[in-house]
Write a new protein. Structure first.
Length: 87
């Protein structure tokens, strides 16, 4: 039988969500993929993408706590900042 490629278990492992991040995505534990998905649901529901540059997220009060006080972050930086809230 051929070996089936195993899903990246580190990516699917439920992680503890910080209090600040839980205010946005809900209480954990959640896998990283789910955190990112819920983050985008939150961003889109509150219309927080910069209309001129969709890659930029304009933080509201909850996201500022997650983004280390930054008012605007791009989507690539967002992933790095969110990682600090997962353990």
């Amino acid at each position: 039988m051929p070996k089936v490629a195993k899903a990246n278990s580190a990516f699917m492992k439920p992680l503890t969500v910080s209090e600040d991040l839980a205010a946005v995505v809900g209480a954990g534990p959640l896998p990283r993929s789910e955190v990112v998905k819920k983050l985008w649901v939150y961003i889109k529901s509150k219309n927080l993408q910069d209309p001129k540059n969709k890659r930029n997220i304009v933080a509201d009060a909850n996201l500022k706590k997650v983004f280390g006080g930054k008012a605007v972050v791009n989507m690539f930086e967002m992933t790095k900042l969110v990682s600090k809230h997962l353990s």
